[in-house]
Design a protein around this ligand. Structure first.
Ligand code: PMP
Length: 438
């Protein structure tokens, strides 16, 4: 039963387990947006494998794609050799790209995790520019390999590793409520001015970077949407200085924010796009798409055994078809708006902010008993956020916590969620917040 499974996991799995610490669950079934544990308890799954399951659990189209692919006799793993399944996958992918990238892009399949695709993008930017340093942002999450940890804007997981990959410079990620440059348009402009002076003034002491890597909505940092003008500014400055602009769309891409890619809200086109999670339809897949002008790699420059998973390419196509034919991203945008509106109606002194874009939503929890800072914010309260997560779990909703000190309760439900389910989610979270707030 549940307790035995959890006990055995506790004994035999590494201490680096993360989710089970706060979600004591042994799952036996999944269906749509729901999962069921071994005690028969149902939960709305607003974690959805960290936003991977765009179509929820066991979507009939995904099941059908798996059955058909298995039945076709296609080799299951093909390294990077061509197959009709892969050809079709690339066709679908390119049709989803913004206009300027559709006819002049290349795709690099990667080892099937987001981190490896980020590694590929950084390596390509370095190779193409002959430069070695990179700019990343406070709060950024790009993976857990040593290379991607070097880009992580959070010391936690890398504090004890010594030097990871050198040459990474961090800048603040300007955010509407906590921007060190000041709030609103003035803060955004100040942030861009600082970047510009770093790139143009020799006395800044900063070498021109090979790449700037950014999430258009920071995920692990607590569902922080980037200012769109700021993203446009990054695009302008990177173009002026021949720097690769890499958009990490691992979490925010594939429809989650209401556009197919989260950078499309800003109307920009990056040089490189990193994709994983939802692009595999629930099976492991990762890739990097880049403008062909950057294609300076020698054959074999980014190899990896598991780049040819035909089942993942087949299930990934299902998600892309849902975006292409059914405009799933627009539905996600509407459901996200509804959810944000509902959550903003919760009145509780422990809510610092409700924010997000599309179905990438965070509720930031603060301690109202502690004094406000100069910007009028109470201090963040990770302990209370985790209490809300526990309460929500008891009420039948699985959430994620993230952000600074784990103070943001995050929702990343499947994109197929409907209005009734959105309302149920908001009701549960509301109740959990009220319980934790007393
Ligand atoms: N980039 C972003 C934006 C992510 O959210 C994540 C995973 N949370 C990664 C990269 C790393 O992906 P993976 O865990 O598959 O290596």
């Amino acid at each position: 039963d549940n307790d035995v499974l959890l006990e055995r996991q506790q004994q035999r799995e590494s201490n680096a387990r993360s989710y089970p610490r706060r979600l004591p669950l042994a799952l036996v079934r999944g269906h749509g947006i729901y999962v069921e544990d071994s005690r028969g308890q149902l939960y709305i799954d607003a974690l959805a494998a960290a936003g991977t399951l765009a179509l929820g659990h066991h979507h009939p189209d995904i099941q059908e794609a798996i059955r058909q692919t298995l039945g076709s006799g296609i080799p299951m793993q093909t390294l990077d050799l061509t197959t009709p399944v892969k050809d079709e996958f690339i066709e679908r992918l390119f049709a989803l790209l913004p206009a300027g990238l559709q006819s002049n892009s290349r795709v690099q399949f990667c080892s099937p995790c987001g981190a490896d695709a980020v590694e590929a993008a950084i390596k390509l930017a370095k190779t193409a520019t002959g430069r070695h340093n990179v700019i990343a942002f406070a709060g950024a999450y790009h993976g857990m390999t040593q290379g991607t940890l070097s880009l992580m804007g959070n010391l936690g997981p890398k504090r004890h590793l010594g030097t990871t990959v050198p040459g990474v410079q961090f800048l603040p990620y300007p955010h509407a409520r906590r921007c060190p440059y000041g709030l609103g348009a003035a803060g955004v402009q100040a942030s861009l001015n600082q970047l510009e002076s770093m790139l143009t003034d020799p006395e800044s002491g900063v070498l021109t970077p090979a790449a700037i890597i950014v999430e258009a909505v920071q995920g692990e940092a607590g569902a922080l949407p980037a200012d769109l003008e700021w993203l446009r500014g990054l695009r302008r400055l990177t173009r002026q200085h021949g720097i690769a602009l890499i958009l990490d769309e691992v979490q925010a891409g594939m429809g989650r924010t209401g556009q197919i890619f989260a950078f499309q809200h800003a109307g920009i086109e990056p040089d490189m796009i990193v994709l994983s999670k939802a692009i595999g339809g629930g099976l492991p897949l990762a890739l990097m798409v880049y403008h062909q002008d950057w294609d300076t790699w020698q054959p074999g420059a980014h190899a990896g055994t598991f780049r040819g998973n035909q089942l993942a390419m087949a299930t990934g196509q299902v998600v892309m078809n849902w975006l292409h034919h059914n405009q799933l991203h627009l539905h996600a945008g509407q459901m996200g708006e509804r959810l944000l509106t509902r959550l903003r109606q919760i009145h509780s002194p422990i809510i610092g902010e409700v924010r997000g874009r599309g179905l990438m939503i965070g509720v930031e929890i603060v301690d109202p008993e502690q004094p406000q800072d100069a910007l009028g914010n109470h201090p963040l309260d990770g302990q209370r956020a985790r209490q809300i997560q526990r309460e929500a779990l008891t009420l039948g909703l699985i959430t994620e916590v993230g952000g600074r000190h784990g103070s943001t309760v995050r929702l990343l439900p499947p994109l197929i969620i409907n209005e009734t389910e959105v309302d149920a989610m908001a009701d549960i979270l509301s109740e959990a917040i009220l319980r934790a707030g007393n």
